[in-house]
Structures are given as structure tokens and as C-alpha cells.
Design a protein around this ligand. Sequence first.
Ligand SMILES: [Zn+2]
Length: 575
Amino acid sequence: MLKNLPTTPQEIIAWTWPAIEPYYKDLEARPLSAAKVDGWLAAWSSVGERIEEMYSRLSVATSINTADKEAEARMNAFLDGIFPKVMAAEQKLKEKLLGSKLEPKGFDIPLRNMRAETDLFREANLALLSEQQKLAIEYDKIYGAQTVKWEGEEITLTRLAMNFQQPDRARREKAWHLKAERQLSDRKAINDLWLKFMDVRAGIAKNADKPSYREYTWVQRLRFDYTPEDCKSFAAAIEKVVVPAATRIYQKRKQALGLDSMRPWDLVDGWFSRPTHPAGIPQLKPFASIEELRSKVSAIFHHVDPVLGVYFDSLIAEGLTDLDNRKNKAPGAYCTSYTSIRKPFIFVNAVGTHDDVMTTLHESGHAFHIFETAKIPYIHQLAVPMEFAEVASVGMELLASPYLTKANGGFYSDIEAGRARIEHLESMILFWPFIATVDSFQQWVYENPKEGADPATCDKKWGELWDHFIPGVDYSGLEEVKVTGWHRKLHIHQVPFYYVEYGLAQLGAVQIFGNARTDQASALAAYRKALSLGGTVTLPELFAAARTKFAFDVPTVRKAVDLMEGVVRELESKL
Ligand SMILES: [Zn+2]
């Protein structure tokens, strides 16, 4: 064991590199043998856990109070002075472990990941990777600077887009055109940036001896259990099964809104997502205070699973949540981990909307993952692949949904809960074709790097894919906006290929929901078992432990969509 490690939160956030370095030096110098490796890993883990917790605690401190200058200074000192040195020290220990040829128990997956990352590493790529980072910042700058004049006021496009929720169609359309025109005025800037992205990415792949940037990303994202071909099968299954279901939803909503055709300004995101509410349906007002949000969410979780209910209550009791929205608080929501004590922290900006309820349920799913992995010995075994991490959170949204009603201690009348659940399930169905569009586009770009680096050809390809996967929205006369959709999806520019994960996770989550409808106790037991495995087994093994199929095929997708449409029909019959 290592002596004098920091233990309290105050000690952890005040850690310095001169205090940290001797631990890494000691670990590096220790001789490794089969008899000693477990103790060595435990010592390494106890250092790594505290570094990770330091980062989490500093992130929490800076986001719960953006005006906290001391927290900000500590975060900057961590990022500039500690983080790069820790990365280099961690890499040395990884190489030491790999060089020892030892295979500690329960370490197959961490070793596999370390080998892949070490194989992919090239000194020559460091400059290109930071160049890519800078281009990503450029991308943010272009979109961040976009404002418009709306009713005499200079406002951001995000605020303008809130008009898409309005029942007044003429107003929605006007706002939509204004947003589209503003974005199109930066068409050349995004196209120019794209050429630079493609250039840097070709260089990164070449340096890493990969035939294309796609092959590079596959390793970098540690995608060992599925291939680009699998993603294509998934897109084909979505086209066959989900696209008709999505078109049915648009049709139904078009009738409810009394429209001839579903135009992009009739959708809440002005793009592909759920349609605007018909006039006359009141906004949900689930809670008036944070206390009410907490106690109702707690009641819901106790119905889902008594142990999960207790987990949530302990978060509240121990001050491990910050749920309200206030001045000097960062936007958004997240769940992070205090790794040395294996406890989560949940951050939300709740103002009283239904989205706040769903976000709290979602982040709690991530929190339950951290509770369930508390007994895993080493930090290296805690890295859960994204494809499964989101099964825990999206799965929890669905598992909790039957208990949203007041009769279960929740928020809504039966009718309100029914409407909210229908919208939730329909949004999930509408999301899959969009995921397929984004993924298919990127597969094509990096398979055909020459055409992929030509913005005009990209426009053409995106337009074709859009017509294929999202035929339910009428874009006639709006072709320029349609074909430049790839500009507006930041993942394509900033985190290439990172998107299909959401589609796979959603498929897992729906299967768990289906299991719970037949036998809730055993579905929850499997869910918790799968979460408790952390990152110690492969992705298909995680899915199997949750009693779900990790699959890309038509039958699996069809079963999920049939279930979702069936539940929607059942809920509609009670409205
Ligand atoms: Zn999440």
C-alpha cells in the first residue's frame, strides 16, 4: 500500500504534482512479478482514482459556481500543470505492465485496450491531434458567433429555435427561415474548415499506418466487437423497419396538427425530431420545487427497484446532487464519479419542465452504474464502453416511465403521463433514422476520401441519404438547407464516427424495457448485474448479462420497434 495518500475531498483537490510524482516514480521502479502484480495494480489504482476524483471534484466546483475564482484557478493548474504529466506517467506504467507479459486476473479487457492504444500511438501524430483540436474550436466559433435580429432584439440561434415549440405556424416558419439563412451564410467557412479536417485526418491515419481514418478511429474508439460492415447492416435494418414506423409517426402527427405536409418548422428541433404540440395541449408542469423533484423521483425509483431507490436517497442525503438552476451555474447536465469513494455526483439545471424529469432519470441511470461497480478492485476495470454506458441511462428512462403517474408517487395524471410516454417513445423511433444518416454519411466520406473532401459531393450524398432515411419531412423548395445538414451535425466535424453508439445503446435499452414488461424483478436483476461488471467483459458480454442482444439485424430492430409501437397504441387507447 502507498502511504499518506490524500483522502478527504479538500486534500484531493489540493494535490500537487510534486506530491504526486513520487508515487509514480515508486510504481515505475518496483519490480513486477506474478506474485506482486496485484499489489502493484492496487497501488497504481489508488493513485489513479484520486487523480480522476481530483478532476471530477474540480469540474463540479467550477460548474456549480462559475464565479468561483479559486476553483477555476485550481482547474487551470490541474489542466496545465498536472494532467499532461499524469498522462505521460500513466503511459509508462501501461508500458511496464505490457512489457512484463503478466496477465492479471480480470485484466483481459484493460490489457486489450492498453495494447491497442499503445499500438496506435505515434509521436508524429501529437501535433496533428492538437491541430485537429484547434479546428474543432474553429467550428464552435463559427456557430457560436451566429446571432439574428428577431423582433428588434439580437438573439442566439438557440433562443430563436425556441419558437419551433410555438403553436403559431407562421411564426415557426419565419423563425426557421431566419435561422436557416443565417447558417447558410457561413456555408463557405464550414466548407473551408472541412477541407482542413480531412487533410489532418488523412495525415493521422497515414502516420498510424492505417488504410483510412475510419480504421484509425475504429481502434481509437476501442471498437473491437463490431465492424463498419455491422454498422451498414444496422443502417439497412433501420431503413427497412424504423423508417416506415417513423413515417407513420409523422403522418399521424400531421393529421393531429391539421397539416397538408410536415415541414421542418413543424418539428421541435426544426429538423427531424418530434413534432410541435397541437394548439390547446397545455405544457407539463411536473414540479414547483427541487424538493418535489427529488421526492417524486425517489418514489419512482423505489417502484422500479428497492435497491435503486435506496441508492438515490443516499445521493440526496449525502449532498451528491445539485439539481436546481441558478445564476453562476454552468448549463447542461451530467453525472460524474468520485472514484476513490466510488460515489457519483449528479448535476442538472432543473427549472420545472418535463425534460428536467427525464434528465434526472437519465443521469440517475449513470449514477446507478457507479454504485453497482463499487466492488470492482481497480480503476482500469471501470471504463465502460459508451455503447453500454448509455444502456444504463436510456434504459432507466424507460424503466421509470410506467411510474410517472401520481398514483405511483410521481408527477402526472394518467393522461399527462400517457402523452409524455408516447412522445418519449416516438422521439426514440425518430432518432434512429437520423443516426443512420449521420453514420452512413461518415462511412461514405472516409471510404471515398477524395469525394469526401469535396463539399459539393458531400452535399449531394447527404441529400440522398436524407431522402432515404427521413422521407416523412417535406423539404421541397428547401434543398440548400437540406443538403448542408452535414454542416450542422457537430459530431461529424468534432468527434467523427461517434454517434452509432447512441443507436446501439437505445436498442439495448428498449430490450431491457421489454424484459421488464414481462418480469420486472428479473429484468432489473439482470440490469444491475450487467452494470456491476463495469469494464471487465466485452460489449456483447455486457449486453448478454443484461439479457439483451448486441445485434445489428432486422429481427432485433423489428422486435424493438414492434414493442414501442405496441406500447404507444396501448397508451393512446387510454387518452
Ligand atoms: Zn448519458
